[in-house]
Design a protein around this ligand. Sequence first.
Ligand SMILES: [Mg+2]
Length: 219
Amino acid sequence: MIRSIVTDIEGTTTPISFVHRVLFPYARERLPGFLEANEAHPALANVPEPKLGTLLQWMDHDEKITALKAIQGEIWKEGFTSKHLVGEVYADVPLALSAWFAAGLRLFIFSSGSVEAQKLLFGHTPAGDLTPKYEGFFDTNIGSKKESASYGNIIHALGNQPDEILFLSDIEAELDAAAAAGLAVCQLVRPEDKTIPSPRHPVARDFHNVSSLFGLPCE
Ligand SMILES: [Mg+2]
């Protein structure tokens, strides 16, 4: 019997294109204004001159540099809280989360985006603030999504039996790792994300389909 559901974000609750189509261009567009307003920002101390040019170059190459991540994170936070940015979720997601939550299922997120970024996205969706539906948020501080030990850590944190936890993701290697730890798994194959169906795991086109496959409430 499923008692907890752990979901991935990109390709599962949210279009994969959201980051590149919405978040990255927003940070790029707001960067000059951010630098003007925050000349003495501590994150800028480690950015070589010319700061704007350097940061734009790092953005172009999607560099994993702490200063860049910190500045992008602040621009996005301002964007979400001022409602210039909206966290995209597929239309079936808020409905299913409500039905699952109402039925007493425990809901969690496991994503490679930071917990703070997860809360910003789910806190500002077209369906409103979805974070109260969630009991907990996990990022890679608990481990890599492609290593089964990470799912062992999640089992420990939730206090459920492994097979009482359902993990939803679009990435086969993540599902393999979760299944190796004993979790129930289901792959989301969203037509918009052009996901390739796994031959090894149950496959669902949306969260309603997940409910049907696992006998969960969907209204
Ligand atoms: Mg994903």
